[in-house]
Design a protein around this ligand. Structure first.
Ligand SMILES: CC(C)(COP(=O)(O)OP(=O)(O)OC[C@H]1O[C@@H](n2cnc3c(N)ncnc32)[C@H](O)[C@@H]1OP(=O)(O)O)[C@@H](O)C(=O)NCCC(=O)NCCS
Length: 171
């Protein structure tokens, strides 16, 4: 049975090897490191979930309210006047578990928690082929820019999702 666990600084060590390993899904120069995760975990706004199926690690999703430095680094300040949203930081389902709906469950739960915390939107750099399809299910997507984000050849689309409780409940 699928179980979602909220990751915090106290239980991070249990999951860190799986989560850092999942960064291999992304090109070397954009992979987040342990210290980057610890920074995210120390923010008050952090939403960080791990999915477990019968005690086996399935995947993770995390997001947080970007700092001013992040706003510049991710070039978000070109599009947003304030940082009052959750920036989706890491979102990966283990290859063995893909296509079974777990990615949707993770996105649904992150979106629900974001709404409960008072955020109306989530923002992220999404890939055209897969994650974009999923964020369309949790709200109204505004596509902002298709770009060569951090020099990645396979382009990323910067999107803002206006979360909809009705849409989230249907996932
Ligand atoms: C994106 C990711 C997390 C999706 O996880 P998942 O568990 O396979 O997704 P789900 O099974 O919940 O599928 C959700 C929906 O997306 C669709 N989808 C999943 N993978 C897809 C793909 N590669 N291409 C097109 N659609 C896809 C599914 O068909 C499903 O839609 P449906 O409900 O209309 O049938 C997973 O593919 C992954 O880890 N990818 C590598 C890392 C990555 O790209 N992360 C996102 C960074 S922006």
């Amino acid at each position: 049975m699928l179980k979602l666990i909220s990751i915090n600084k106290s239980n991070w060590k249990t999951f860190q090897s799986k989560i850092i390993d999942s960064e291999k899904e992304f090109p070397k120069d954009i992979r987040a490191k342990r210290k980057d995760y610890l920074n995210v975990l120390s923010t008050k706004s952090c939403i960080f979930l791990a999915a477990m199926n019968d005690k086996k690690y399935v995947g993770t999703i995390s997001g947080y309210k970007p700092t001013k430095i992040d706003m510049s680094e991710h070039r978000l300040k070109d599009y947003f006047h304030s940082n009052n949203f959750i920036y989706v930081y890491n979102y990966v389902v283990n290859r063995n578990y893909r296509g079974k709906g777990y990615g949707k469950i993770l996105m649904k739960n992150l979106s629900q928690i974001a709404l409960d915390k008072g955020y109306k939107t989530i923002v992220g750099h999404f890939r055209l082929n897969n994650s974009l399809n999923i964020i369309n299910k949790v709200g109204n997507v505004r596509m902002l820019k298709y770009e060569n984000w951090k020099n990645q050849r396979n382009g990323y689309l910067l999107c803002e999702v206006k979360l909809s409780r009705r849409a989230i409940n249907k996932v």
